[in-house]
Design a protein around this ligand. Structure first.
Ligand SMILES: NC(=O)c1ccc[n+]([C@@H]2O[C@H](COP(=O)([O-])OP(=O)(O)OC[C@H]3O[C@@H](n4cnc5c(N)ncnc54)[C@H](O)[C@@H]3O)[C@@H](O)[C@H]2O)c1
Length: 292
């Protein structure tokens, strides 16, 4: 004899129309379908950017990666995209140099003819106590994390407006744009800026069908995160910073570091029509860090 719950399940198994299920799946697939779209991912050779490039390619987008490292260092990401049948073009470029912006735009248009999605992901971060901060670190960090993001957005928005098809700008900020971890003062300033230009641009370009949002990751396992300790810091200070990090991971509600895929899934949502009515928002993907 089946109880009430099991008879409802049995009823659904027998009577759910496979055609209806197929239609439902199709509608969901369409929501996240990026076929025919072109996405620029800065810093897409590895880490979070690599994860985003792979996920957007899986959804059908043609990917343009702009990154400072040699193409051979991006091999794992590029191979994975191509093995799955995805389309990807690579440009080695230092985004702290202003002429790189035009270069990225020009080469993307040569490769694909259009730009629908921009993921401003490239960023640097170094743990350094305040007494170790240098002007050089300020210039490098602000020029990449904030200036390159701002002017690449300007250039891409110009294309999107002239082509009249709208688009998606996705900026990778950080939980540090909301709450400082310590030892990251210059980085925090850059990411606070990212969060604010995101909101400012969003206000201006909504009328062109362009959405601008940012994702604020918590601690994510990436090559950059594994090299976070700044140069010339004493062993005592390194130990203090490491102890702080261990404590931080142990107290996270989800009790683990995030993976690039965790951020890539959020980026897919923001690139897709599932997020059509979102702009000027910060998506926290932080394992609960901001609750602490
Ligand atoms: N990993 C984390 O815990 C974490 C947390 C919050 C936010 N973020 C942000 O996520 C983004 C990606 O971080 P990640 O951890 O993947 O870093 P990562 O160092 O692992 O990867 C960064 C990528 O950017 C590229 N890059 C660096 N300088 C460049 C330049 N001048 N021009 C072009 N490309 C350059 C690198 O070659 C690399 O491929 C950054 O903006 C970072 O601030 C990371």
């Amino acid at each position: 004899m089946l109880d009430k719950h099991h008879s409802i399940v049995a009823f659904q198994v027998i009577f759910l129309n496979p055609k209806k299920i197929k239609k439902m799946n199709q509608a969901l697939n369409n929501l996240y379908d990026l076929n025919g779209k072109t996405a620029i991912v800065t810093g897409g050779a590895m880490g979070i950017g690599g994860g985003i490039a792979k996920r957007l390619a899986e959804a059908g987008a043609s990917i343009f990666i702009a990154d400072i490292v040699n193409e051979s260092e991006a091999k794992i990401t590029l191979d994975e995209i191509r093995e799955k049948g995805g389309k990807v073009t690579y440009l080695q470029v230092d985004l702290t140099q202003m002429e790189s912006i035009d270069n990225v735009i020009e080469k993307t248009l040569v490769a694909y003819g259009d730009i629908d999605i921009l993921v401003n992901n490239a960023g640097i971060f170094k743990y350094l106590p305040v007494t170790y901060l240098t002007e050089e670190l300020w210039d490098k960090t602000i020029n990449l994390n904030l200036k390159a993001l701002t002017f690449l957005t300007k250039a891409v928005v110009n294309i999107m407006i002239s082509k009249k098809h709208g688009g998606r700008i996705i900026n990778i900020s950080s939980v540090d744009s909301l709450k400082p971890s310590g030892y990251l003062a210059i980085y925090d300033a850059s990411k606070g800026g990212v969060r604010m230009v995101t909101r400012s641009f969003a206000k201006e370009v909504g009328k062109y069908g362009i959405t601008v949002n940012d994702i604020a990751p918590g601690g994510i396992n990436t090559p950059g995160a594994s090299k976070i300790m700044g140069d010339n810091v004493t062993p005592e200070e390194i130990n203090a910073m490491k102890a702080g990090m261990t404590q931080f991971i142990n107290t996270l509600p989800l009790q683990r570091m995030g993976e690039p895929e965790d951020i890539a899934n959020a980026a897919l949502f923001l690139a897709s029509s599932a997020s059509a009515y979102m702009t000027g928002s910060t998506m926290l993907v932080d394992g609960g860090l901001m609750l602490m």
